[in-house]
Write a protein that binds this ligand. Structure first.
Ligand code: 5GP
Ligand code: SF4
Ligand code: MG
Length: 460
């Protein structure tokens, strides 16, 4: 999911939130929502669909206020329904709170039981709503906003980057491992205004400057008095999701002081060093494979060329394709360039293989377009384990690399050769301590323990 928050009296916060969400659209296409605070009053609009489908000028003009909280949803828990759209708005003793969540809790069964035992009536099916109610419960028991929130965070296990609005200010929070990203930006001077976004591309679009990341186990509290920081956990352990860096986040977003474009290009260079192959051209699967393909080309000296063109307007397709179209598969999204491919030995680069269904269809399409050899290179290791922290990889039995060796996958995809980036290579190129990442989908070493009942849902 994508989250955004802004505290900016005298600005059009609804519009700025809209544009922030627009830049974060890649993080969730299922539903979008904005809540604004006009003093004690909350204005809320949320619905299924893309940001540009859910909002228009008229709707935005009906969201006045000094605080904006926004959310793009990509469902990993709770069904794909309108009531599950965020922000979640909950009533408390100190007024309403609006909460936007990115990530996935793993202790929802227990938390739900606790809340239900306390006679809290949960409206939706999401873990995010439970966090909102857990905070409200503490507020109603007499705590102030900061203490109530911190007490609630101690009950949450798993991944959560949160942006929370209240009548007096906004909060930005990352879980003790900082599994999902969250950044702070500033807008203007005298007075300086603060912005929170899942990624720096959500700051760039509104002209905000990147200040710093919210740290794992940190809460920032932004009010008229400025920004205060609370380190609410004794020993935070940095475990940023490495898949954010490899695939999920936008290439123009900054992580560890460089754009992910540069990082992904380095993965491609490394891949060329580890797994060279003789070919005429190299290209990436648009869009996610392109930076690594450029890196591969630079390191190997093999010409970079576009072998596939992507339709820019594929997103959610509301009209189902015909059966014949469905069998053709990927053509809705990607079309091979015959003139480029005819008679060529090609290297096709992608960031990852999950089920292998896209990859298999792509290889066939490239051969149909005249490629004589198809070598596939993947700029991350084999995905062998499902994610429980908010990336929608399938259950383990759906993951091709959980069931097959690399040689068997190569045969299944009908490629002439296949190689993945090594795990060591990937972590070395991240240029941070290798312990500072979650890479459980490649190793099965989950940094936050997964309760047995949750494990059973996705692990074989
Ligand atoms: P596959 O060949 O496994 O069907 O598809 C691989 C493609 O899926 C890659 O291009 C990769 O960018 C993309 N991908 C990787 N992880 C995810 C994910 O969690 N969700 C979705 N929708 N796509 C993913
Ligand atoms: Fe990211 Fe994989 Fe860890 Fe999930 S399991 S948080 S996708 S690295
Ligand atoms: Mg892709």
């Amino acid at each position: 999911c994508g989250v955004f928050g802004i505290y900016a009296p005298s600005e059009d916060v609804a519009k700025l939130t809209y544009f922030g969400l627009f830049a974060l659209q890649h993080r969730g296409q299922e539903s979008a929502g904005i809540a604004t605070f006009e003093g004690e009053k909350v204005h809320l609009h949320k619905d299924m669909g893309l940001v540009s489908q859910v909002f228009n000028e008229t709707i935005l003009s009906q969201l006045p206020g000094t605080i904006g909280i926004g959310h793009n949803r990509y469902s990993t828990t709770g069904s794909s329904r309108r009531v599950n759209a965020q922000p979640a708005v909950v009533e408390t003793r100190l007024g309403k709170l609006a909460l936007a969540h990115n990530g996935n809790l793993v202790n929802t069964v227990q938390l739900r039981e606790e809340l239900v035992n306390d006679n809290i009536n949960l409206v939706t099916t999401t873990d995010s709503e439970m966090i909102a109610y857990a905070i409200a419960q503490q507020v109603n028991a007499g705590a102030d906003w900061q203490d109530a929130a911190i007490q609630a965070f101690h009950r949450c296990k798993g991944a959560y980057s949160l942006v929370i609005g209240t009548p007096v200010g906004i909060m930005g929070v990352r879980d003790p491992n900082g599994i999902r990203p969250l950044v702070i930006g500033t807008l203007g001077e005298n007075p300086v205004r603060y912005v929170l976004a899942s990624e720096t591309c959500g700051l760039d679009i509104i002209g905000a400057d990147y200040l710093r990341d919210v740290e794992p186990g940190e809460m920032v509290w932004i009010t008229e008095a400025g920004m205060a920081s609370y380190h609410w956990i004794e020993q935070p352990e940095r475990k940023l999701c490495v898949f954010e860096m490899i695939y999920f986040a936008r290439p123009d977003s900054l992580m560890h002081n460089e754009t992910l474009y540069s990082y992904r290009m380095r993965l491609g260079r490394r891949l060329a060093e580890e797994s060279p192959v003789d070919a005429d051209i190299v290209f990436g699967v648009p869009d996610s494979g392109i930076p690594a393909a450029i890196g591969y080309s630079q390191a190997s000296g093999i010409t970079y060329a576009e072998g596939l063109i992507k339709n820019r307007y594929v997103g959610r397709t509301f009209i189902q394709p015909t059966q014949a179209m469905r069998e053709q598969g990927i053509r809705m999204k990607l079309n091979p360039l015959k003139d480029v491919l005819m008679g060529k030995k090609v290297i096709i680069i992608d960031d990852s293989i999950v089920r292998g269904t896209t990859s298999r269809k792509l290889v066939k399409a490239l051969r149909d377009a005249g490629a004589v050899e198809v070598h596939m290179r993947i700029s991350s290791p084999p995905v062998t384990h499902p994610c429980f922290y908010g990336i929608d990889t399938d259950s383990q039995d759906q993951l091709i690399a959980a069931r097959m060796s690399v040689a068997e996958i190569a045969e299944q995809l009908e490629v002439d050769s296949l190689a993945y980036l090594s795990w060591e290579g990937m972590l070395e190129e991240t240029r941070e301590d290798t312990d500072n990442f979650c890479s459980a989908c490649f190793t099965g070493n989950y940094p936050v323990a997964i309760p047995e009942n949750v494990k059973r849902s996705k692990l074989v």
